[in-house]
Design a binder for this molecule. Structure first.
Ligand code: ZN
Length: 295
């Protein structure tokens, strides 16, 4: 996603009701016009807004070629009446009658709406964090527009479609990144963790048991469950979709063996306390699988 910033000069800078940057969601709009002979574009909307912001303005315009941010998201805009403006960011979708252009613009719109919510981890909640201008008119008042419902409908999309699409995009934008690490780096990481747990032998052993229990139960159970349901790969653990098949027990044995090699007396073996277990294991299993593929 590529957001172009070109702020309109001289816009007022008033904080939201909950302070600077304190928005609680986003209002989805459409522009309500199809532009001149060149069509309705984000750049043209910006030009218009630069002259008319005294009566109304929004933060973003989306068209088929870009997401254009024209106002600072940390300060309120005047997009949908006093009650919404104090709480919400405003995004406008430029209108077109061309299906292909619509779909491109819609994709930018979805990305932009998700981005605003993801930036503050607000999640996608229809009627709370993600609202239409129509919702504002009906629920908060102070305005009477009904966009973007009928425009979306003219291209076969419902409000529910938009909410669903923003939610999918939100999850993508907030998903943990699967880093690329080598198996040796991963094992070094495990050994480092083990050594930092405690100087006390029994404490380390206790951590080891706890760690392995949680880890094995979680991953193997999920894997077997998915297998029983005929789901390959292990889709239900975030990040696992990149792996075609994961034999978790073999992966664990392999890791165990590596740790044993680096610590033959077993004092540190298996005694580990990783705070982000899932993410770490996704990493590890991914690396392990990559090693397998190379063979
Ligand atoms: Zn509107």
């Amino acid at each position: 996603m590529n957001i172009k910033q070109n702020f309109i000069e001289g816009l007022p800078r008033y904080p939201y009701d909950f302070g600077v940057g304190g928005y609680i969601g986003v209002v989805a709009h459409c522009t309500g016009n199809y532009g001149d002979k060149f069509g309705d574009t984000a750049i043209n909307e910006r030009k218009f807004e630069a002259e008319t912001w005294g009566s109304a303005f929004v933060h973003f315009f989306c068209d088929d070629s870009c997401i254009l941010q024209v106002a600072n998201i940390n300060y309120k805009a005047y997009g949908a009446g006093k009650l919404a403006n104090g709480k919400y960011v405003h995004v406008e979708l430029c209108q077109t009658k061309d299906t292909d252009k619509f779909l491109k613009g819609y994709t930018n719109y979805v990305s932009c709406l998700a981005y605003i919510l993801a930036k503050k981890k607000l999640t996608v909640i229809d009627g709370r964090t993600l609202v239409s201008h129509q919702w504002v008119s009906q629920q908060l008042g102070g305005t009477d527009h009904a966009d973007p419902i009928s425009y979306l409908k003219s291209h076969g999309k419902t409000w529910a479609d938009l909410v669903k699409d923003v939610d999918i995009e939100y999850k993508k934008q907030t998903a943990p990144v699967v880093p690329t690490v080598t198996i040796d780096e991963a094992v070094d990481f495990i050994c480092g963790k083990i050594k930092s747990v405690s100087n006390d032998y029994w404490k380390r052993q206790a951590h080891a048991v706890q760690f392995l229990d949680v880890m094995v139960t979680k991953i193997v159970t999920q894997w077997k469950k998915d297998n029983a349901e005929g789901i390959t790969p292990v889709k239900k653990i975030p990040g696992f979709s990149v792996i075609t098949t994961v034999d978790t027990e073999r992966a664990l044995n392999y890791i165990d063996f590596k740790i044993h090699l680096s610590d033959p007396e077993g004092w540190y073996r298996k005694s580990i306390n990783v705070p982000h277990l899932d993410a770490f294991f996704v990493k590890l299993a991914y690396v392990w699988r990559m090693e397998e593929i190379k063979k």
